[in-house]
Design a protein around this ligand. Structure first.
Ligand code: AMP
Ligand code: MG
Length: 346
């Protein structure tokens, strides 16, 4: 299959028209959102949804998020709408918050992997919004990468993974947030299953106390069922070995420099994922500055693209950990999974 790429900054109408037509015909379309690129199919068509799992090589016990262009469309996907759900839609949509609640009969099992609940979100951004509106159906979409790989934050990442497997990529440039949405379950006590740019504190300001799933920063306990498959042991991972070094910036940088020398002597090529605060410690070594430690969203924005780029050059990636607070939690959640939880202390 030939994969077409259409730049929506230039051809937004034509691109979203073609995309919507493909979606209605039961085909797949990759599209930009403010979080990462999504791989979309008609969310009410089980056969179309199956194609997503095939194209990504995704295990089909892993449910998908339904993307809608307005709140009314979302309401039709849930059985009923508690007050908290309404309040959260009003506060954060469109935006990087996915809400999980009991599903209505309209939602096929293929989307929810047989779960009685469905995850729904309204993305920000004109292309995604136009595509969903024109398609006239909710669009089921996971991230548009091969299963297990870092999520795509540009059309070229999608092309690299899915060229020949899907008919169309809408290229809307780089994603603003660069990591996936916050996933919040409202079944029982409100619980964050995946941290993102919308933080616990921001949600609590709207609905009161929110729990954090207990495996956001550690692997799922043996034998425990995953509430959300992003919780799997290794995920978002490059081919290179990734090692996370925790600790104060200076100590972490010192330990990373030692490891760099050690691995280089073993003839392993290394790359360092650094921060603005520590870059000066790595002169003469291969490093990439992700962003500012005090503004974890800047780290999030560059994490996946940096992992992909470093992966081209290195067998070992040495990355600094940061405080897992605020949006730092989302960063550490992704980084630790990319590393398969391989951690050292600086
Ligand atoms: P991705 O496939 O990268 O877009 O991620 C989608 C995320 O949403 C995964 O972590 C899913 O496990 C999660 N998700 C989707 N639907 C549900 C659901 N009904 N219950 C729990 N998690 C869900
Ligand atoms: Mg994904």
């Amino acid at each position: 299959m030939e994969t077409r790429v259409i730049e929506t900054r230039i051809h937004e109408e034509a691109g979203t028209n073609l995309g919507a037509e493909l979606i209605r015909r039961g085909e797949l379309v990759a599209f930009p959102t403010e979080t990462v690129y999504g791989l979309g199919a008609n969310g009410l068509d089980a056969a179309a949804v199956e194609k997503i799992f095939e194209a990504k090589g995704r295990p089909n016990d892993n449910p998908l998020i339904m993307h809608v262009s307005n709140k009314n469309e979302a309401k039709k996907l849930w059985g009923h709408i508690p007050k908290t759900l309404n309040a959260l839609m009003d506060a954060f949509w469109p935006g990087p918050l996915t809400l999980i609640f009991n599903k209505s009969d309209r939602v096929p099992d293929a989307v929810t992997a047989g779960l009685p609940t469905v995850a729904v979100r309204m993305p920000q951004g004109k292309t995604a919004n136009l595509l969903i509106r024109k398609a006239g159906v909710p669009i089921a979409a996971p991230s548009a990468n091969l299963s297990g790989r870092p999520s795509p934050t540009s059309a070229s990442h999608v092309f690299r993974d899915l060229n020949g497997r899907i008919p169309l990529i809408l290229d809307g440039g780089e994603c603003g947030f660069g990591i996936e949405s916050t996933v919040l379950s409202l079944v029982g006590k409100p619980t964050i299953l995946r941290p993102g740019a919308v933080t616990k504190e921001m949600i609590e300001a709207v609905i009161g106390p929110v729990e954090l799933s207990d495996c956001l920063l550690k692997p799922l306990a043996e034998g425990k069922a995953a509430l959300s498959p992003g919780m799997k042991y290794k995920h978002y991972a490059p081919n290179a070995r990734v090692l996370v070094v925790l600790g104060e910036p200076k100590e972490a940088a010192k330990r990373i420099s030692e490891l760099y020398v050690q691995y280089s002597l073993e003839d392993l090529s290394c790359e360092i994922a650094a921060t603005e605060q520590t870059a000066r410690f790595y002169r003469g070594k291969n490093y990439t500055v992700l962003g500012d430690r005090n503004e974890p969203l800047t780290l999030c924005r560059n994490l996946f693209s940096a992992l992909r780029e470093m992966d081209e050059r290195a067998e070992v990636i040495l990355a600094e950990g940061v405080n897992a607070e605020g949006t730092g939690l989302a960063f550490m959640n992704r980084l630790l999974r990319a590393a398969g939880f391989e951690i050292e202390n600086g």
